[in-house]
Design a protein around this ligand. Structure first.
Ligand code: SF4
Ligand code: SF4
Length: 200
């Protein structure tokens, strides 16, 4: 994917187990032009101070010297990222660096496939991963995002019913049981907060 994250939660690990890898049609775009959610200088500092994700990333990816050099390789992808990050997301264009992988072969195969780092094996790591336009995972990621949103909406309805039920209960042991379920649901909604669950 063109925007790599260096963090992974247990939800994301579960999601990876279900990802149909055969959807990838090996276009190589996610290896040829990628960017990160953090500026290059910050990644370098993170790698120097022991961040494994940043270290792995910089071990395989080298920066393009300019946006124009990256655009010459994949104009659609670069312009798409600039649109999403700088125009929709208010990020300064000068903070964006694009990278290419040193191990991508001309036929789009990975020359270190068996030894590729976790960030490659986990890509796309969540339904919210930004993939290049036309990526084989696009439609499946969309469906997974919608499924997740429906699950959260249903949980919010359950919360309302549980609150109503709680207001009718008297026994302390019943209240404890309901509170445990309510807290579990709040925890689940919180785990999707970074993807916007508060507004679903
Ligand atoms: S962009 Fe998508 S389809 Fe192309 S190689 Fe990457 S994961 Fe596969
Ligand atoms: S190491 Fe292989 S899979 Fe990972 S970005 Fe490079 S070419 Fe792609």
């Amino acid at each position: 994917m063109p925007i790599y994250n260096t963090y992974m939660t247990s939800y994301e690990e579960n999601y990876l187990d279900k990802r149909p890898q055969d959807l990838c049609h090996m276009c190589g775009r996610c290896c040829r032009v990628v960017t990160t959610t953090r500026p290059y200088e910050e990644l370098v500092k993170m790698a120097e101070t022991g961040d494994e994700g940043a270290y792995d990333f910089l071990k395989i990816f080298e920066p393009y010297v300019s946006l124009e050099e990256a655009r010459a390789v994949d104009k659609e992808l670069v312009d798409n990222v600039i649109q999403r990050s700088c125009i929709d997301g208010n990020l300064d264009k000068s903070e964006l660096t694009f990278y290419k992988c040193k191990y991508l072969l001309d036929d789009n195969k990975c020359s270190i496939y068996e030894a590729r780092p976790a960030l490659c094996r986990h890509c796309p790591s969540t339904p919210w991963a930004v993939v290049p336009p036309g990526c084989g995972f696009e439609a499946w990621l969309f469906l997974k995002r919608e499924e997740t949103k429906q699950k959260i909406r249903k949980s919010k309805e359950d919360l309302l019913e549980l609150k109503l039920l709680r207001s009718k209960m008297k026994k302390p042991e019943d209240l404890i049981k309901i509170d445990a379920v309510v807290n579990k649901i709040y925890g689940m909604i919180e785990s999707y907060k970074k993807y916007g669950s508060e507004n679903w």
